[in-house]
Design a binder for this molecule. Structure first.
Ligand SMILES: NC(=O)C1=CN([C@@H]2O[C@H](COP(=O)(O)OP(=O)(O)OC[C@H]3O[C@@H](n4cnc5c(N)ncnc54)[C@H](OP(=O)(O)O)[C@@H]3O)[C@@H](O)[C@H]2O)C=CC1
Ligand SMILES: O=C(O)C1=N[C@H](C(=O)O)C[C@H](O)C1
Length: 295
């Protein structure tokens, strides 16, 4: 039986980091375990999750690289999870790469072209994806397949994109950005800057069609997305939605991504769909390889 995978969650005092840390502990100590150190923006009091007291260090204090090296030595096969902020994406990835530390990056935003280029070139194993929810990733993959098989199929159609998230979210949905890439290959010519971002609570709570219909208990944690396509003469319309309440779908997907990455460390991608020696993966790779074990 494979050894339990050690997982460091940065930042487990944030909303997603906490959800992932809970999921790591819930998955069971025979599968994976939480490393008792986490990087945050600021140093904070320790946080106890299950029976692990996690020390919260500021990533800006002292030598975070030395902390990583020490953790790697103490926890062979360490996987780092990053759910921080768009402003931290590139610097955090640089840190992990510099210390040859495999990681799963769920954080959105930052300079994505640079991120993907830097990590792919480094050869450090990583899963990077703006969306970790298995069913949403399957939808994302289906749109990508449609775009590959039928490029231009929706040429002339008008696309509108509306996304609603908790008001603390600082960026445009990374998932919408990824899915719009497929719509554009289908011929829509949509500029992501035209996406409608709903962050005000009254509109979120108001019932459809005037509001988003988000259940009040999920105002602090939801991700509702609607993509609407209309034909040039307005006689044909398509609407695609993915509406998520809470964060467990992403947390479970993230743990699955860690287990997938752990199995790939030093090996590259084994399936026929993957290039040999590949070290940078996304969640579509994880899904394709059957690496997502929970619902
Ligand atoms: N891929 C996916 O499926 C999903 C991705 N996300 C993405 O995850 C990210 C985090 O979202 P969420 O948890 O809601 O945000 P939060 O604001 O709740 O958490 C962010 C945390 O990051 C900490 N932080 C800031 N800078 C750094 C740094 N350089 N290193 C380590 N920690 C840092 C902050 O700490 P402090 O306050 O001390 O600065 C804060 O605790 C967003 O980009 C979001 O879009 C969210 C859900 C799903
Ligand atoms: O910040 C969030 O909450 C989410 N972020 C991701 C994104 O930007 O796509 C995934 C999901 O929408 C939740």
């Amino acid at each position: 039986m494979a050894a339990a995978v050690p997982i460091m969650v940065n930042d487990l005092t944030g909303k997603m980091g906490r959800a992932v840390a809970d999921a790591v502990v819930a998955r069971g100590a025979d599968v994976c375990y939480l490393v008792p150190v986490a990087f945050s923006g600021e140093a904070k009091d320790p946080v106890t999750i299950g029976d692990v007291a996690v020390e919260i260090k500021s990533i800006r204090d002292g030598d975070p690289g030395a902390v990583l090296d020490d953790l790697k030595a103490k926890h062979p096969g360490l996987v780092v999870v990053d759910y921080t902020l768009p402003a931290a994406v590139n610097a955090n990835a640089d840190l992990y790469v510099k210390h040859a530390q495999p990681f799963v990056m769920g954080t959105t935003g930052g300079d994505r072209v640079k991120l993907l280029e830097d990590v792919a070139t480094s050869g450090v194993p990583a899963v990077i994806a703006p969306q970790m929810g298995k069913q949403v990733v399957a939808f994302q993959a289906a749109m990508k397949l449609m775009a590959t098989n039928f490029p231009g199929a929706f040429k002339g159609y008008t696309l509108t994109v509306t996304e609603s998230h908790q008001s603390s979210k600082v960026d445009t949905s990374g998932t919408a950005k990824a899915i719009v890439e497929s719509f554009n290959e289908l011929g829509c010519g949509f500029d992501i800057k035209d996406a409608v971002l709903v962050r005000d609570v009254p509109t979120q709570i108001a019932p459809i069609p005037n509001g988003m219909g988000v259940p009040e208990e999920h105002i602090l944690g939801h991700a509702f997305h609607t993509y609407r396509l209309t034909s040039p003469d307005n006689t044909v319309a398509f609407e695609f939605q993915h509406n998520v309440c809470g964060r467990s779908i992403y947390a479970e997907g993230t743990v699955d991504a860690c287990l997938f990455l752990s199995s790939k460390m030093g090996e590259g991608c084994a399936s026929e769909d993957c290039e040999a020696g590949k070290t940078l993966f996304d969640m579509i790779d994880v899904l394709r390889e059957g690496g997502m074990v929970t619902n």
